[in-house]
Design a binder for this molecule. Structure first.
Ligand SMILES: *Cc1c(COP(=O)(O)O)cnc(C)c1O
Length: 403
């Protein structure tokens, strides 16, 4: 087994592995520690390249020790779509979109929950709960269903109805919460002792960050074991940023890639932008939480209080990245631009496109930059049926001609 234990991302203390409570006494976040020396001696890039196209091709770098406990629905190894025409139109060198919406639950949340639920199975847990703006709830529901674990999901009541609807379909006990994601989290914390729930919320357990780490591993492999210059990522709780940063650290430690880390760009929607505020005006978390009003749309980016904001800010700053907030209309326009090219992009995925355009305009992106966007979910999951009501209804070609 390559899993050694845990280490603190802030004070570096090393601790034995555990399945819950990832906050260190110092306030930092605990991450999984691997025997990277051993992995470097026993595993090669070439060996990985011949494996099945799933994120479990990196199993040596994932924390599940008993392979019989792996809970999979076919997640990962998503396409990296090359956007050649836009390389001509925009002042950058290379552009790709990582099509994370093609994961089994229609969002990249599949990756985190495949690992998290595998760890729950390994630990013999029977009940799990998650606060979620929708996609985490759907992913826990699906993977827990597959594993025979009872899922309870708590979702703010304004979240997209199709995403909510899918949870009971997967057999999860589903509850709407009159509040934000942190209000949903408070319900789970209050009840977890009595109800026997394992809280699999962001940074509450080790699996989700490790699962999202595979996005970084995959990206590097798909780019011929190199790093892109810039990653534009729609950020909410930040586990994807933390996971990809960890992936790149591990690839460097394995001496599979060197050179500078990609610059991380966090995109958020105006109205709920704690990371943007943290980068641009040094506001503290409490101030930005107040600023996170009801104006922001209910998407995966709407997380007023990320559990370890300082960690996300340090990754963005150290990498030479930035953060940018986009308006609803910029995001909606981007959905149409991507849609007209055959790409079904959720508001979060669309925000990365809007961010790309804004950073080209401002000159932050350079003509030599290779850029990767993350389309984290489908447009389909966010559909409101209102638009269908406006479509013409016909019974024959004659009626079509009369329109
Ligand atoms: C959860 C979610 C995000 C935010 O991801 P984090 O890694 O938690 O910051 C972005 N997009 C979608 C579609 C999501 O479901």
């Amino acid at each position: 087994m390559n899993r050694l234990g845990l280490y603190c991302s802030r004070c570096s203390v090393r601790l034995p592995f555990r399945y819950q409570e990832m906050k260190c006494d110092c306030g930092g976040t605990l991450l999984v520690d691997y025997d990277l020396e051993h992995i470097a001696r026993t595993l090669t890039k070439e060996a990985i390249q011949t494996r099945y196209p799933s994120m479990w091709r990196y199993k040596e770098l994932l924390p599940v020790s008993n392979p019989d406990c792996i809970v999979t629905l076919g997640e990962g190894w998503t396409p990296l779509l090359h956007m050649q025409e836009w390389e001509q139109k925009l002042p950058i060198k290379r552009l790709w979109i990582k099509r994370e919406e093609q994961n089994p639950t229609g969002s990249f949340k599949s990756r985190g929950f495949s690992v998290a639920v595998s760890l729950l199975k390994e630990a013999g847990a029977t009940k799990a709960a998650v606060p979620s703006n929708g996609n985490a709830a759907g992913a826990l529901a699906a993977y827990a269903g597959r594993a025979g674990i009872k899922a309870s999901v708590f979702i703010p009541l304004d979240c997209p109805p199709l995403i909510v609807d899918e949870c009971p379909l997967y057999g999860a006990a589903t509850f709407l919460v009159d509040g934000f994601i942190h209000d949903a989290a408070a319900i789970i914390e209050a009840g977890k002792q009595e109800q026997g729930w394992v809280n699999v919320g962001t940074l509450k357990e080790p699996g989700r960050v490790e699962g999202k780490k595979t996005m970084g591993l995959e990206l590097a492999e798909q780019l011929g074991w190199t790093f892109p210059d810039v990653i534009i990522y729609p950020t909410g709780g930040g586990s994807g940023i933390i996971g990809m940063w960890k992936a790149f650290q591990e690839l460097k430690a394995l001496r599979w890639i060197d050179g500078p880390m990609p610059r991380f760009v966090c995109v958020q929607e105006e109205g709920c932008q704690p990371i943007v505020d943290g980068i641009t005006c040094n506001c503290n978390q409490a101030e930005s939480a107040q600023a996170a009003g009801v104006e922001a749309s209910p998407t995966g980016m709407r997380v007023p209080n990320p559990p370890d904001l300082a960690f996300i800010l340090s990754i963005v700053e150290q990498s030479g990245g930035t953060a940018i907030a986009l308006s609803k209309s910029q995001i909606a326009e981007a959905t149409r631009t991507l849609g007209s090219q055959g790409i079904s992009a959720s508001p979060e995925g669309s925000a990365t496109w809007a961010g790309l355009l804004a950073l080209c305009d401002s000159g932050w992106l350079r003509p030599s930059d290779s850029v990767v966007l993350f389309n984290t979910s489908h447009a389909m999951k966010y559909v409101k049926f209102g638009s269908i009501a406006a479509l013409p209804i016909i019974r024959s070609y004659e009626e079509y001609l009369r329109l």
